[in-house]
Design a protein around this ligand. Structure first.
Ligand code: GPP
Ligand code: MG
Length: 586
C-alpha cells in the first residue's frame, strides 16, 4: 500500500530527509519510494498493493514539529475506510441514476445530486440523460416536471425554448389560476424563471406569478413546504454558490428523515469532507506562498487576506479537478488587493502615474524608476504572472504571457482612470464608472487567467474571442461583481477615504436622494444583467462551457461575499469560511 502525505513543501518538511525516512522505517515499516516538492510517498516493506490518501498537513517548520506530526498515525484507518466507502457509494449511485426510467425521477435525482455538491462525479451520465431530455418534448408533463426540465437543461448549457411553458397559459395569455394550488409546481416554476434570458416575456410572467402566490401562501403550508418556499424566496437556486449550498443542503437533507436517500446522504457527507481536506491543503499552499512572498510585511497598509482570496476561487471553481487553478487564481487576487490598496489609499497621484507606466512597459528595467514600496509589488506581480505563464506553457504548450500581461495592464489602467477622476474632482457617468469598475474589480483579469488555467476549449478561434474587446459573458458577470462590491463595501471604503462608489454616482445622476432607493435600483440592475448572463450561458458565443460556468459562478460568489449587513460583514464571511473550510461533517 502506498500512503501519500502532503506537506507544505518537501524542503520545509524534510529539514533532514534522513530523519523522516529513518523514522518511517522504524515506526511504520514503510519505505520512501518517491518524493516531490509536495508529496512524500511511502511504501510498507511488506506489501505492494497501492492506494493513496492525501491528508492535509499543517506547516511544519522544524524537526520537532515534524516528529510531532509524524507521531500521528500515517493514515487514520477510518480515512481509508471512508474513501473505499465513498467510491462504492459513487458507483452505486451511478448505477441507480443510469437505471432510472421515469424522467421525473431522474430529474429529481440529478437536482438532488447537484444540490448536495456531488453531481461532478456523474457529469457524463447527467449529460447523457439531459441530452435525451433535450430532444423529447413532453406535452403532458405537469408544471413541476416541465419547470425542472427547463432549469436543469439550461443550467447545464442546453438551449431550450421557454415556449414549453405556453401550455400553462389560459385564453388571456395568463398562467392558469388552477396552478396556484400546486405549491411544489410553483416552486419549480419560480426556480426555472430565474434561468430566463433578456426578452423572454413568458419567464418574466412566470416569475411574477409564482413569486406572488408563493409569498401569499407561505404561512398556510406544511412545515416542510413552507421551509422550501422560504429558501427559494430568500435566494433562488440559480444564484447560490455551489459549495455553500452543498454545506447548507446536506444539513437540511439529513433532517428530512422520511424523504432522504441514506446512500446519497452518506456519500454527500464523505465527499464534502474529502473535498474540504483538499481545500485545506490548497489553503496551506497559498498561505505558505503568501508568507514567502512577504508583500504585506513590506507594505503594511495593504490587505492581508489570503483566506478571502481563496474563498473567491472556491466560489468560481468548486470542483476538485480545479485544484491547481484555484491556487494560481488566489495568488492573482491577493496581488490585486495590494495594488488596489496602493491606488485607493496609499500612492500619490505622481507615484501612481509612474507605476501605471512601468506596468505598461512590463519589464524589470521599468521597475527601477519606482519608489521602493512599489518596486516590491511590481516584482511580485511580474514574477507571479511569469510563473503562471510558465506553468501553462509547460503543461499545454501555450504562450499566454501576452494575454495575462494585457489583462493586468487593463486593470492598472482602470485604477489609474479612477484615481485621475477623483484627483481631478471629476464625476464619471454611471455607465462609464461601471465599465471601468468591471476592469478594476479584476473580473477580466481573473477570467482570462481561468480560461487558460482550466485549458478546456482553448483554440485559435476561442482565444480570438478572449480580448479586444472582452466577451460579453465576462462583462456581464464582471458588472455583477462590481455592483455587489460597491453595494457591500461602500461604507467601509468611504471610511477609508475612497470615494468611488456607484451608489453615490447613481444618486447624483438619477436625482435620487435616498441611499435605500439607489440600492433598490442597483439590485434591479443586477437582476437585469443576470438575464443577459443567462443568455450567454446558452448562446453559441464560441466560448467553452467551462468558462461560462465560471463566469456565472463569479456573479454568484459576489453576492455571497458582499451581501451582508454593513456591520456584520466580517462575521458573515468568517462564518462561511469556517463552515466551508474548517468544519467537517460527522
Ligand atoms: C474574483 C475576483 C476577481 C475577486 C476580486 C474581488 C475584488 C473586487 C476585490 C477588490 O475589492 P475592493 O472592494 O477593495 O475594490 P474596489 O476598491 O475596486 O472597490
Ligand atoms: Mg469596493
Amino acid at each position: 500500500m502506498v500512503i501519500t502525505r502532503n506537506f507544505a513543501s518537501f524542503s520545509e518538511v524534510c529539514i533532514s530527509s534522513g530523519t523522516l525516512f529513518s523514522y518511517l522505517r522504524r515506526q511504520y515499516n514503510q519505505y520512501p519510494i518517491a518524493k516531490t516538492s509536495h508529496i512524500c510517498m511511502c511504501m510498507p516493506l511488506s506489501t505492494s498493493t497501492m492506494s493513496s490518501q492525501p491528508i492535509a498537513t499543517p506547516l511544519i517548520k522544524d524537526n520537532e514539529s515534524l516528529l510531532r506530526y509524524l507521531r500521528q498515525p500515517m493514515v487514520l484507518p477510518h480515512e481509508l475506510d471512508d474513501d473505499t466507502k465513498r467510491r462504492e457509494l459513487v458507483e452505486r449511485t451511478r448505477r441507480e441514476l443510469q437505471s432510472m426510467s421515469k424522467p421525473l425521477e431522474a430529474m429529481k435525482m440529478i437536482d438532488t445530486l447537484d444540490r448536495l455538491g456531488i453531481a461532478y462525479h456523474f457529469e457524463d451520465d447527467i449529460n447523457a440523460i439531459l441530452t435525451t431530455f433535450s430532444k423529447s418534448a413532453q406535452p403532458n408533463e405537469d408544471l413541476l416536471t416541465t419547470s425542472l426540465r427547463f432549469r436543469l437543461l439550461r443550467h447545464n448549457g442546453f438551449n431550450i425554448s421557454p415556449e414549453i411553458f405556453e401550455k400553462f397559459l389560459d385564453q388571456n395569455g395568463k398562467f392558469e389560476e388552477s396552478l396556484t394550488k400546486d405549491i411544489p409546481g410553483l416552486i419549480s416554476l419560480y426556480e426555472a424563471s430565474y434561468m430566463g434570458a433578456g426578452g423572454e416575456e413568458i419567464l418574466l410572467q412566470a416569475l411574477e406569478f409564482s413569486e406572488g402566490h408563493l409569498k401569499s401562501s407561505k404561512n398556510n403550508l406544511t412545515p416542510q413546504l413552507s421551509r422550501q418556499v422560504s429558501q427559494a424566496l430568500e435566494l433562488p437556486r440559480h444564484r447560490r454558490m455551489a459549495r455553500l449550498e452543498a454545506r447548507r443542503y446536506i444539513e437540511e437533507y439529513s433532517k428530512e428523515n422520511q424523504y432522504n436517500n441514506p446512500d446519497l446522504l452518506e456519500l454527500a457527507k464523505l465527499d464534502y469532507n474529502k473535498v474540504q481536506a483538499l481545500h485545506q491543503m490548497e489553503l496551506t499552499e497559498i498561505t505558505r506562498w503568501w508568507k514567502q512572498l512577504g508583500l504585506v510585511d513590506k507594505l503594511p497598509f495593504a490587505r492581508d487576506r489570503p483566506l478571502e482570496c481563496f474563498l473567491w476561487t472556491v466560489g468560481l471553481m468548486p470542483e476538485p479537478k480545479y485544484s491547481s487553478c484555484r491556487i494560481e487564481l488566489a495568488k492573482t487576487i491577493a496581488i490585486l488587493l495590494v495594488i488596489d490598496d496602493i491606488f485607493d489609499t496609499h500612492g500619490t497621484i505622481d507615484e501612481l502615474v509612474l507605476f501605471t507606466n512601468a506596468i505598461r512597459r512590463w519589464d524589470l528595467k521599468a521597475m527601477e524608476e519606482l519608489p521602493e514600496y512599489m518596486r516590491i509589488c511590481y516584482m511580485a506581480l511580474y514574477n507571479t504572472t511569469n510563473e503562471i505563464s510558465y506553468k501553462i506553457l509547460k503543461e499545454n504548450g501555450w504562450s499566454v504571457l501576452p494575454y495575462l500581461k494585457a489583462a493586468w495592464i487593463d486593470v492598472v489602467d482602470g485604477f489609474m482612470m479612477e484615481a485621475s477622476w477623483f484627483s481631478n474632482g471629476q464625476v464619471p457617468k454611471v455607465e462609464e464608472y461601471l465599465e471601468n469598475g468591471v476592469t478594476t474589480a479584476g473580473s477580466y483579469m481573473a477570467l482570462v487567467h481561468v480560461f487558460f488555467l482550466i485549458g478546456k476549449g482553448v483554440t485559435e478561434e476561442s482565444v480570438q474571442l478572449l480580448m479586444n474587446p472582452y466577451p460579453k459573458l465576462f462583462s456581464n458577470s464582471g458588472s455583477i461583481l462590481r455592483l455587489w462590491d460597491d453595494l457591500g463595501t461602500a461604507k467601509e471604503e468611504q471610511e477609508r477615504g475612497d470615494l468611488a462608489s456607484i451608489i453615490i454616482l447613481f444618486m447624483k445622476e438619477k436625482n435620487i436622494t435616498s441611499d435605500e432607493e439607489a440600492r433598490e435600483h442597483i439590485l434591479q440592475l443586477i437582476h437585469n444583467i443576470w438575464k443577459e448572463l443567462n443568455g450567454e450561458l446558452v448562446s453559441r458565443n464560441g466560448l467553452p462551457l467551462e468558462i461560462k460556468k465560471v463566469a456565472l459562478n463569479m456573479a454568484r460568489a459576489s453576492q455571497v461575499v458582499y451581501q451582508h449587513e454593513e456591520d456584520t460583514y466580517f462575521s458573515n464571511v468568517d462564518n462561511y469560511v469556517m463552515a466551508l473550510f474548517f468544519t467537517p461533517f460527522n
